[in-house]
Design a protein around this ligand. Structure first.
Ligand code: PLP
Length: 190
């Protein structure tokens, strides 16, 4: 894919050339600090974040695996990958409120071609991962940002033979905009 031919000049649909380049620096930093990383897991919503990460990471190491993490209640990326075209959901329902947007026409080609798979997780797994970030990492992460950890810990990742050779996994924890009351209620409901 030649990014110069993608007409990415305008700042919309999460995918201007500037946004994409900026988000790609996450992959640059990650691979600079830990070049042994063979797999990167990134939250997906509109797809801009993962597009930048995938373009940068695969330009450094074409065999690196890029996985998207998505809530079951807003699983348009997983459905789109399965259908081979953009699927829009009539409604979404998830605690990961940052991940309710749909893929756009600019992000879709990158997600289609460079994202190896989408891991779908339940809200309960997202809440548990958010809690783990506090307890173990001492990092404030919102549910949308902790979903990559939820994906790595999920049965669908751990028990998938296709990913047995993912030995060095980089997880993008992407945001800390948190309503503590909502998280608290969710933890109490576990
Ligand atoms: C915390 C957080 N992480 C990740 C994303 C995903 O970003 P994108 O829409 O570029 O896929 C969002 C989207 O707003 C978000 O709020």
């Amino acid at each position: 894919m030649d990014i110069k031919k993608m007409n990415l000049g305008q700042c919309k649909q999460n995918m201007s050339i500037c946004l994409c380049s900026g988000q790609g620096t996450i992959a640059l930093e990650l691979l600079e600090q830990a070049p042994e990383i063979d797999t990167i897991i990134v939250p997906i919503s509109g797809g801009g974040l993962i597009s930048g990460v995938a373009l940068a990471a695969k330009s450094i190491n074409p065999s690196i695996r890029i996985l998207a993490a998505e809530p079951r209640g807003a699983n348009d990326a997983a459905l789109s990958k399965a259908a081979g075209e953009i699927v829009k959901l009539p409604e979404t329902n998830t605690i990961a409120d940052g991940l309710r947007a749909s893929l756009g026409s600019r992000t879709w080609p990158v997600v289609r071609d460079l994202v190896d798979a989408v891991i779908t997780v339940e809200d309960q797994e997202i809440v548990e991962a958010t809690k783990l970030c506090y307890e173990v990492l001492k990092v404030v992460v919102e549910p949308s940002g902790a979903i990559g950890l939820a994906a790595v810990l999920s049965d669908s990742f751990q028990n998938n033979p296709a990913w047995k050779d993912s030995n060095h996994v980089g997880i993008v924890l992407s945001g800390g905009n948190l309503d503590l009351g909502v998280l608290w209620d969710s933890i109490c409901g576990l």
